[in-house]
Design a protein around this ligand. Sequence first.
Ligand code: CTP
Ligand code: MG
Length: 228
Amino acid sequence: PRVGVIVVAAGSGSRLGQPEPKAFVDLQGRPILEHALLPVFGLSVAAQVVVVAPVAQLGEARAMALEVAGVAAGYVTVVAGGATRQASVAAGIAVLEPGIRVVLVHDAARAFTPTHLFETVIAAVEASGSGVIPGLPVADTIKRAVDGIAVATVDRSELVAVQTPQGFPRQPLADAYATAIAEHTDDAALYAAAGHPVIVVPGDPLAFKITTPWDLRRAEALASAAPD
Ligand code: CTP
Ligand code: MG
């Protein structure tokens, strides 16, 4: 395949506060990771899907990915993650097949991300040759606060709330990861630190990240409303 999708699912989910790692928490009868993989395997383009899972859940993740993949099963790869998200992404990059030209990195915790957002990001990487991130306008007024004092109101028109999947041309991404020294907040920051351009495409509210128990309640409402 020409496209690789790395789904990082190796985090513990400390803010969610459930006993199992976040991607394996049940959401209306199926784990969060399974919800997240459904739209990925809905892609019309052939893709290698790399699931990065905790060591203790490798078998569970493999079974889940193969079940969701169906006939596309040959393109599923499952690897163990690392101590940080960045280390988990690096583990995913390490197992990409040789022919892959475009790499998407996606949080399993964004379980309702629609297939069209993956397609938009792939198309934008191919058209631009740049890194591509989905972003949404920020709804709240944002202020800079120092020691409890509001010192400035940030110009909201310049801000975007960034989501995944984030897409990149394969070789510059692999090189940026191979030479990264610092820990970066997202893949695009690591990519930009290596000197590469990153463009923003419209995100989707459904690509929100399940982070807190409140997010899980919203996700439960969405999962119970889903027609599948
Ligand atoms: N992730 C990962 N490996 C890590 C840390 C995070 O693969 N060492 C993944 C998570 O599984 C998640 C995504 O990165 O799908 C986004 O991270 P986040 O929402 O922060 O998940 P956790 O790190 O698991 O949650 P928390 O920060 O609350 O512990
Ligand atoms: Mg985290």
